[in-house]
Design a protein around this ligand. Structure first.
Ligand SMILES: CC(C)(COP(=O)(O)OP(=O)(O)OC[C@H]1O[C@@H](n2cnc3c(N)ncnc32)[C@H](O)[C@@H]1OP(=O)(O)O)[C@@H](O)C(=O)NCCC(=O)NCCS
Length: 162
């Protein structure tokens, strides 16, 4: 059975193979280490059954509280290994992240995605994420930059009647 658990520092050396996907956001090792320290409990790894526990996919999430803004959670990176796609792994990772974000008090979960990434768009919209904004030439690819969609899903909360 697939197992899901919090990402640890030693996992950072195991997930290299997943990072090489062209549509996966690549960050430095330093970024990931800082990220795990700063946002404990917001990143998960899915592992395949078996003694090796091969990494199937992961999510890196953040929680942001800024002055004069609603607190929100952000998906910094999500990827699933090509051999384990269309099995519901990304859905499970995203569902987990949404629940944790809600418990922390986030008003919404946001993410950025390449406008050409149809699989991601299908995934997110099927889970209730909606397009909020387009950022032109957000990804500085050479020779042609690519734009990004920001998608958001709001946490439903009971209305306070005064
Ligand atoms: C996008 C990605 C994370 C999806 O992971 P996954 O584990 O295969 O997704 P799921 O199995 O949970 O898919 C759930 C739904 O998303 C949609 N979906 C997922 N992959 C799709 C694809 N290639 N084409 C069309 N729809 C797709 C479908 O509606 C799917 O439901 P279904 O399988 O019942 O039809 C994966 O393809 C991936 O890692 N891609 C490269 C990295 C990337 O793009 N990350 C997102 C960056 S924003």
């Amino acid at each position: 059975m697939t197992s899901f658990r919090e990402l640890r520092f030693d996992d950072l050396l195991k997930i290299n193979s997943l990072v090489f996907d062209a549509l996966t956001e690549v960050y430095s090792l330093t970024f990931f280490v800082k990220h795990l320290l700063q946002f404990p409990g917001l990143s998960q790894i899915a592992e395949a059954p078996g003694p090796d526990g091969r990494p199937m996919g992961y999510i890196f999430g953040q929680y942001q509280v800024k002055r004069h803004q609603e607190p929100y959670a952000h998906v910094a990176a999500l990827t699933v290994s090509p051999e384990y796609r269309r099995l519901g792994v990304a859905t499970a990772l995203m569902d987990y992240f949404f629940v944790v974000s809600d418990l922390k008090g986030a008003s919404y979960v946001s993410l950025f995605m390449r406008t050409s990434n149809q699989a991601a768009y299908q995934l997110y919209t099927s889970m209730g994420y909606a397009h909020r904004k387009t950022f032109q030439d957000y990804y500085p690819d050479v020779p042609k930059p690519e734009s990004a969609y920001e998608l958001r899903k709001y946490v439903l909360r009971p209305m306070e009647v005064q």
